[in-house]
Ligand binder design. Sequence first.
Ligand code: NAG
Ligand code: NAG
Ligand code: NAG
Ligand code: NAG
Ligand code: NAG
Ligand code: NAG
Length: 255
Amino acid sequence: MGFNMFSMVSFTVLVVCSPITFGQTAPPTSSPTPAPAPAPVYVNLTDLLTVAGPFSIFLSYLEKTGVIDTFQNQANNTEEGITIFVPKNSAFSSQKNPSLANLTSDQLKQLCLFHALPHYYSLADFKNLSLVSPVGTFAGNTLYALNFTDDSGTVKINSGWTKTEVSSSVHSTDPVAVYQVNKVLLPEAIFGTDIPPTAAPAPAPDAPAADSPAAPSDKGTTPSGKPSNSSFKSASWDVMTQLILAISGLIMLFL
Ligand SMILES: *[C@@H]1O[C@H](CO)[C@@H](O)[C@H](O)[C@H]1NC(C)=O
Ligand SMILES: *[C@@H]1O[C@H](CO)[C@@H](O)[C@H](O)[C@H]1NC(C)=O
Ligand SMILES: *[C@@H]1O[C@H](CO)[C@@H](O)[C@H](O)[C@H]1NC(C)=O
Ligand SMILES: *[C@@H]1O[C@H](CO)[C@@H](O)[C@H](O)[C@H]1NC(C)=O
Ligand SMILES: *[C@@H]1O[C@H](CO)[C@@H](O)[C@H](O)[C@H]1NC(C)=O
Ligand SMILES: *[C@@H]1O[C@H](CO)[C@@H](O)[C@H](O)[C@H]1NC(C)=O
């Protein structure tokens, strides 16, 4: 009985003290900051567009047309990289005139390709790009080109049909830049050069909020899960387990 009690006390002391001991001795021996992991080069665009957003409509167009592979291949190309303008889901639902419904699959593919530049550009690079606009896209040059202007830090985009701006930076680490835009970019090569003068400035009267750059309702409903909290939970579970063991040890001791 005495031996049992002794081992229980030692066990309790061990259990109670071990996390504290580790907590005190660990920081001085190991480097205080976690390993400064080199920036990961490989970005899985499907994953990125699934977690950020909501961009599920654009992503489904990219997958339907196979353009996701073209973009991923370019994203893997660390020499050039890629810059993608990603319309929010609300941009597609408010895109009525002209409609995207009747586009052929080739046109849809060109429309997707029109949303990317075959080079990585940070937001700061657009001041420079505005001087060389129009800039060719993945879909081609001239009729598939985009004009950029830098409006005191805000990047404005003009395709003729579409006048919009970068409303937030989703990801911008060389070689991959993904910028959110509030409108679908429409190329003249698909929709013609006969742009109705009212196309851009007159949004549908029932959807004035859709153009607001903030669009907080849209951002609030990110479908992303909470992966980071599972580790938090298991860490606290371990502590709980040790506490319970320690307490039961103490109870045994006083029986
Ligand atoms: C990228 O992520 C998607 C979705 O998680 C996955 O299906 C795909 O296999 C990944 N691609 C690569 C090359 O890892
Ligand atoms: C991109 O690189 C990843 C990781 O190296 C690879 O698994 C994937 O197949 C590549 N995808 C394309 C389209 O090149
Ligand atoms: C699209 O197709 C539908 C039916 O196929 C037709 O009624 C409509 O006029 C077409 N719209 C355009 C813009 O061509
Ligand atoms: C734009 O950037 C490129 C590369 O950084 C540089 O060589 C070029 O001189 C810049 N052009 C202007 C007009 O600043
Ligand atoms: C883009 O810029 C070029 C050169 O400044 C200009 O000729 C063209 O009209 C612009 N396109 C649009 C859609 O504003
Ligand atoms: C994790 O949980 C904590 C509190 O339990 C919460 O404050 C935090 O926002 C959560 N993080 C995520 C990513 O869900």
